[in-house]
Design a protein around this ligand. Structure first.
Ligand code: HEC
Ligand code: HEC
Length: 468
């Protein structure tokens, strides 16, 4: 009887683990905190990459252009990019036009909807969009735009797109305006695809991710060239291109199509690697910043590296217990995501790349840090001043406006500290704009490395951070 049970357990373990294409078991490797080694990358042409990023579609299904035109009001000229071509020249930067195999012109969101933002009136490509509102059910606007669709060919294209949004909608709606749910979105898409053929399945093949996405702040692209692993928990190892093109899992239904995107995505990566952070546009007290640099070298360099002439970036994943920030993003990826890791590693995307989560977060490069508030992987700390002094971090806060002004004292976007969480809000809109650090995944704890400094030292350190 006992032997029988043991045999059964082994059999169950074998079945659960599954087998890869060539008979190898789908073993999963998890990473340890510590240094991340460089791995070979493919090279591309940055100029071709910029053109492709602005004009080619990675998401190849969408809303028919004619229906898009009927469903929108005027487009703000500040949102148009002069270097775009064809139909794209008439669209806001966050949308891309694409002609489907059936000949219907479509409009679809692109990378820049999350990875570009206006900074003092100018569009900065690569700056994370920290004001995106993902608290609303996307199905509502997809369905209402559907009312403008005409004819069979358009209806078919719209249906395909609406079905994909339908499949992911329950997993991407965030609790708070500004935080992002791209990771959960990608897992929801994996759940609907065969990893080997990439064929779409109406019904999920894998158990979908949890419905409540963990909040994530969008990292700036200009740091990509320094980092040996992608994502906050450094789980993206190997070839970076295959991670960068994961938005293609929305509509790309064959390996052949994915390979075609990969062929021009090496150029997109090459372009992303050329991006520079915007320079701090206000006054800097240079003598104070110099004192700050000394403090930085003493207290921060071992994790964040050095800047300027002797630039050096350590590429270090710091264990959860050492950094102390909200653990759930790293922990869920490490403990609850094996089915998605296996999916990735078996798929086209995993041919040259691997997902290897660690129980920690990478200490990011701090170039252009003045421009990327709010801070930490979950965007829980609204300003650099608050990040450097845990006692001043607000428990409940909201941005002071839908597009807040820059605050040179706090170093970040203007915010208001609140005396109450979401339950004290007057209505849904107000509720959704409140960042409540008591929610799961939203904690502003940890990273207390500034606490030991005096307030004068912190001022100097902040002055230095403006110059990076
Ligand atoms: C829905 C919003 C969204 C879209 C669309 C999106 N991304 Fe991202 N991207 C994110 C978020 C959020 C992260 C951080 C995820 C994490 O680390 O857990 C990220 C991470 C990345 C990173 C890794 C950065 C780093 O420092 O580790 C790269 C590179 C990247 N995205 C490129 C792209 C490209 C190229 C596209 C278009 C094909 C794209 N992304 C589309 C939200 C988005
Ligand atoms: C033991 C390693 C370690 C030390 C020392 C350290 N940091 Fe960090 N730092 C990290 C890690 C890891 C993160 C990412 C944590 C997260 O996102 O949850 C981080 C995040 C940050 C961020 C936010 C980055 C962003 O994009 O949101 C800033 C700013 C920062 N650190 C500045 C500093 C300064 C200034 C010092 C020195 C006073 C310092 N750090 C000391 C490991 C360290």
């Amino acid at each position: 009887m006992r032997l029988c049970c043991v045999f059964f357990l082994i059999l169950a373990a074998v079945l659960l683990t599954g087998c890869g294409q060539d008979g190898e078991p789908d073993a999963i490797t998890k990473a340890q905190p510590g240094k991340v080694a460089a791995e070979p990358q493919r090279t591309g042409d940055p100029e071709r990459g910029r053109d492709a990023l602005l004009n080619r579609a990675v998401v190849t299904c969408g809303l028919p252009v004619s229906a898009y035109r009927k469903s929108i009001r005027e487009i703000d000229p500040k949102l148009m990019l002069p270097t775009r071509t064809g139909l794209n020249a008439q669209l806001p930067y966050s949308l891309t036009a694409h002609t489907s195999a059936s000949g219907v012109e479509l409009v679809t969101s692109n990378c820049l909807s999350c990875h570009a933002a206006l900074l003092n009136g100018e569009l900065v490509i690569g700056l994370g969009n920290e004001f995106l509102n993902l608290t609303e059910d996307p199905i509502v606007s997809v369905e209402s735009a559907g009312a403008y669709v005409e004819g069979e060919a358009e209806a078919k294209e719209w249906r395909k797109w609406a079905d994909r949004i339908d499949a992911i909608a329950p997993y991407i709606i965030t609790d708070t305006v500004g935080v992002n749910s791209a990771g959960n979105l990608t897992f929801a898409l994996f759940a609907h695809r065969d990893p080997v053929t990439l064929a779409w399945s109406e019904e999920p093949i894998l158990a979908p991710p949890p419905e409540k996405p963990l909040p994530v702040s969008v990292p700036p692209w200009w740091n990509t060239r320094k980092k040996h692993a992608s994502f906050y928990n450094a789980e993206g190892r190997g070839d970076q291109v295959r991670f960068m093109m994961l938005a293609s899992t929305t509509c790309t239904d064959t390996v052949q199509e994915a390979a075609a995107i990969d062929a021009w995505f090496v150029d997109v990566r090459a372009y992303i690697l050329t991006l520079e952070p915007p320079a701090y546009p206000y006054e800097v007290e240079l003598a104070l910043a110099e004192r700050g640099e000394k403090l930085f070298r003493k207290n921060c360099r071992r994790c964040h590296g050095t800047y300027g002439a002797d630039e050096l970036y350590p590429n270090r994943v710091v264990a959860l217990e050492d950094v102390g920030t909200d653990p759930f993003l790293a922990r869920d990826a490490f403990e609850e995501s094996d089915r998605f890791i296996r999916w990735f590693n078996r798929s086209f995307y995993g041919e040259t790349s691997r997902v290897e989560p660690a129980l920690g977060y990478i200490a990011p490069p701090l170039n252009g840090i003045w421009a990327t508030a709010p801070y930490l992987h979950n965007g829980s700390v609204p300003s650099l001043a608050a990040l450097m002094d845990t006692s001043s971090r607000p428990k409940y806060w909201r941005f002071a406006a839908e597009k807040p002004d820059y605050n040179v004292q706090a170093i970040g976007w203007d915010f208001d500290e609140l005396a109450h969480g979401k339950e004290g809000a007057m209505g849904w809109d107000e509720r959704n704009r409140i960042y409540d650090t008591t929610l799961r995944g939203y904690s502003n704890q940890g990273h207390d490395f500034g606490d030991e400094l005096t307030s004068k030292e912190r001022r100097a350190l902040l002055e230095y951070l403006k110059t990076l």
